[in-house]
Design a binder for this molecule. Structure first.
Ligand code: HMG
Ligand code: MG
Length: 302
């Protein structure tokens, strides 16, 4: 089996992670957290969300955090943008990368962004136009790509068409979100097979929440199929406030450890990453959910 030599990790802890923590951290702590992450070798760190501050108060300081971090050349710092108002906010702080988000499920979209999937695409049109005119790179998430907490069936063919449409609109990358951590490896194979029939597999990313402990197995299957971009959240932070019972993303430390064990390069210093996870867990006063971070560091097992 031919495995990729390199997998790009998209660190979503400061956004997907912190959006679901009950504690609202000071902007200075978030800035410190992101600056620490910037020193680990990560090439993409999702900083925050330009959503309604009352809906996600944990990220109400997105502008202060984005403008406060040290931006290192070669690292992308995307911000989540839900609508034109979010795009205006992104432009005002000179964002270079944005992430749009819609869903495979109308019901989830209604709960999350207050519109249907078709309406979300209409909302995206002027945003994409503005982003392209300003050389801003655009990622798009498709949430509930493997199942929805509100709808029984997610139709994979429909989702593959949605992914194709988003790429045709001008998005550079599509992240397939397992928002409620429902996927299992053979289902991952089916979804990727279906979507990759419409979209270049190198433009696809996977985004697994680890609610049912399946995330690493799912990532392994995805990488074996040729996926080279994987989202993760240091210390396993996170979840989605609008998806009941969703827990954190797979821990970045655990993904990096697994890939390293298969000789797949990520460019990330695992020890530095573990230190970041310990830092943010201490700040939040919560358990670090990374299994790798909880085990003795390699070489120090005795
Ligand atoms: P809406 O209520 O439909 O917006 O919210 P509206 O256009 O009707 O405007 C209502 C009011 O909100 C107006 O203010 C707007 O100005 C204001 P008023 O005139 O009443 O004073 N407003 C805004 N304010 C600040 N920033 C904005 C903004 N937009 C409108 N961008 C909206 C629509 C999407 C904003 C809202 O529903 C919202 O904020 N939702 C939160 C969505 C969210 O953050 N979800 C979690 C992230 S997604 C996720 O976690 C999944 C993912 O990780 C992948 C996966 O796991 O699958 C990505
Ligand atoms: Mg998520």
């Amino acid at each position: 089996m031919k495995l990729p030599e390199f997998v790009k990790i998209v660190e979503v802890g400061p956004r997907d992670g912190l959006q679901s923590e009950s504690q609202v951290l000071d902007s200075d702590v978030k800035i410190d957290f992101i600056n620490r992450l910037s020193r680990t070798g990560l090439s993409v760190i999702e900083v925050s969300s330009l959503v309604h501050p009352e809906r996600v108060p944990q990220l109400a300081d997105a502008e202060a955090v984005y403008t406060g971090i040290n931006k290192i050349q070669g690292i992308a710092y995307p911000l989540l943008v839900p609508n034109v108002k979010g795009m205006e906010r992104a432009m005002a702080i000179n964002a270079k990368e944005i992430a749009l988000f819609t869903s495979a499920s109308d019901k989830f979209n209604q709960h999350n962004i207050n519109c249907t999937v078709a309406e979300s695409l209409q909302r995206f049109e002027p945003i994409v136009e503005q982003a392209m005119a300003n050389n801003i790179s655009i990622r798009a998430y498709i949430s509930c790509a493997f199942g929805c907490p509100y709808e029984n069936d997610v139709h994979f063919d429909k989702m593959a068409n949605l992914a194709e449409l988003l790429i045709a609109m001008g998005c550079n990358e599509i992240s397939l979100g397992d928002t409620v951590g429902i996927a299992t490896p053979l289902q991952v194979e089916q979804v990727i097979d279906t979507v990759a029939a419409n979209v270049d597999i190198h433009k696809l990313a996977v985004h697994f929440h680890d609610t049912r402990g399946q995330a690493l197995a799912n990532i392994l299957r995805a990488v074996q199929m040729g996926i080279t971009t994987v989202d993760a959240s240091v210390a396993g932070l996170g979840g989605c406030p609008f998806a009941p019972n969703s827990t954190g993303n797979v821990a970045t430390e655990d993904v990096v450890y697994m890939l390293r064990g298969m000789d797949i390069e990520t460019g990330i210093d695992l020890n530095a990453l573990i230190d970041c996870g310990q830092f943010i867990s201490a700040q939040l006063g919560r358990e670090n959910l990374s299994r790798v971070a909880s085990a003795p560091r390699v070489g120090q097992c005795t």
